[in-house]
Design a binder for this molecule. Structure first.
Ligand SMILES: Cc1cc2nc3c(=O)[nH]c(=O)nc-3n(C[C@H](O)[C@H](O)[C@H](O)COP(=O)(O)OP(=O)(O)OC[C@H]3O[C@@H](n4cnc5c(N)ncnc54)[C@H](O)[C@@H]3O)c2cc1C
Length: 414
């Protein structure tokens, strides 16, 4: 094998964005993947990702914008919180969210990489720390973007940044027929969980992507563990009941005659233990391994930020690598510190939203329900996690925002 400057392990959104960007910046790179593009195209639904404005800007800058047809863009988002009375608001998304099945998107990125001359090594399934050590001998730096399994021996859990030792939600992600599209829909059933829904481009055309986030032990949990295969009709009937009770805004768009799972592989059930790992490992070869994306930080998908963060981290790492070595511990730690400027707020925001909302966040919901301008602002925070966490973590900032909105509406109406 030819030696190259940088080795990248893993062909998810993080590794592919990194490999594509490094090549664009003229850096020699080798991408290690356990799956070929065809294998990425097959298999079970891996997630239901909404990619937001900045991620899509980066993809455009790479010349790798794919499947961004109008139907798969969400231009509005509606947040509905169950209660007596329910609380609800809708906002316009300045840079629409895009949702394409990763079994379409990732192989398209991988094809871009290889068609532009990128070097690819297809590895045995589930390679481990010893393989990363071995590969590192051929590179000045190895970046591990291997997803949430990570390479645990190299990147141990960072206790100080990981408040949870078990999953906080049980997940059911799926692609469905029979849901009339209506932008991005975020439904909160207090104490029970959240249900997200959006139009998605899939291998079989457009479908409704939906994620149920169930609080363990609560009334949403059984559906996240129920088998579709054993009795598809019972599953769909139960899911319809869950939507009617906990996400009526989705239920009203479901056509009972055609509502079904898109295909047998279009469902994912499981749970994520939120975890931050130490991102820098010194290898026996003397080389450094740097973790990015889920291999570094795995958050619960409750705020829809993981893939967007992986894309951001890949960009930050690529810029630093292209600026030149030596790729030593100091280099890797400074890249990690730069990535944490966004990853920190993303992580703290996701971990906070797994708990019942704080008083000031509730005040913000109420304000947004009464003020379209505030609703727009709220919705667009999903594309700017640093601003989002700055606001959600600070009661004084919320009060100042509500006061300034009240003032501006007085000016408008006087
Ligand atoms: C149900 C669900 C919904 C989600 N919704 C959103 C959302 O709306 N918005 C959002 O931004 N994020 C969302 N996420 C999170 C998002 O899916 C992840 O954060 C993101 O896909 C992680 O990308 P990654 O490239 O870091 O890792 P991965 O996608 O896991 O990719 C890692 C790749 O590396 C390969 N690999 C692993 N080990 C090795 C090895 N040793 N050698 C070679 N290859 C290896 C794997 O096969 C895999 O292809 C969601 C997640 C779930 C589960």
């Amino acid at each position: 094998m030819t030696t190259s400057e940088i080795g990248v392990v893993g062909a998810g959104i993080s590794g592919l964005t990194l490999a594509l960007r490094l090549r664009q910046l003229g850096v020699d790179v080798t991408l290690y993947t356990e799956k070929t593009a065809d294998e990425l195209r097959g298999g079970r639904l891996p997630n239901t990702v909404a990619r937001m404005g900045r991620t899509r800007d980066r993809e455009r800058a790479l010349g790798s914008e794919h499947f961004a047809d109008a139907e798969s863009l969400s231009k509005t988002a509606r947040i509905s919180i169950k209660g007596e009375p329910p609380l609800e608001f809708e906002g316009t998304i300045e840079k629409p969210f895009h949702a394409a099945d990763f079994r379409l998107l990732l192989p398209a990125f991988l094809d871009d990489y290889t068609s532009r001359g990128g070097r690819l090594v297809v590895t045995e399934p589930s390679p481990g720390a010893a393989d990363v050590e071995r590969w590192s001998a051929d590179h000045e730096l190895i970046v591990v973007a291997a997803g949430r399994r990570s390479v645990a021996e190299l990147f141990p859990r960072d206790e100080a940044r990981s408040p949870y030792d078990r999953p906080q939600r049980s997940l059911l992600a799926g692609l469905y027929t029979g849901i009339t599209p209506a932008g991005f829909s975020y439904n909160v059933s207090p104490g029970c969980g959240e249900i997200f829904q959006m139009p998605m481009r899939t291998r079989d055309g457009m479908a409704g992507g939906m994620l149920v986030e169930a609080v363990p032990g609560g009334p949403l949990e059984p559906i996240t563990r129920m088998s579709y295969q054993d009795d598809p009709r019972a599953f769909i009937r139960t899911l319809q009941g869950v939507l009617a009770e906990h996400a009526p805004r989705i239920a009203e768009r479901v056509d009972p005659g055609s509502f079904d799972l898109l295909g047998p592989d279009d469902m994912l059930q499981g749970a994520v233990t939120p975890m931050v790992r130490n991102p820098v490992a010194k290898l026996a070869t003397g080389r450094i391994a740097l973790a990015v994306g889920d291999a570094w930080i795995t958050n619960d998908p409750i705020t829809g930020q993981g893939a967007n963060l992986g894309s951001h981290c890949a960009w930050v790492a690529a810029e630093a690598i292209a600026a030149g070595g030596p790729y030593d511990v100091r280099f890797a730690e400074s890249v990690a510190a730069e990535m944490w400027k966004v990853a920190g707020p993303v992580t703290e925001w996701a971990n906070a939203f797994l708990q019942p909302p704080a008083e000031h966040v509730l005040k913000l919901f109420i304000g947004a329900a009464m003020d379209r301008g505030l609703a727009d602002h709220f919705i667009n925070l999903f594309s700017d996690p640093v601003a989002a966490w700055s606001l959600f973590s600070d009661p004084a900032e919320v009060d100042a925002l509500l006061a300034s909105r009240a003032e501006s509406s007085l000016v408008v109406s006087s």
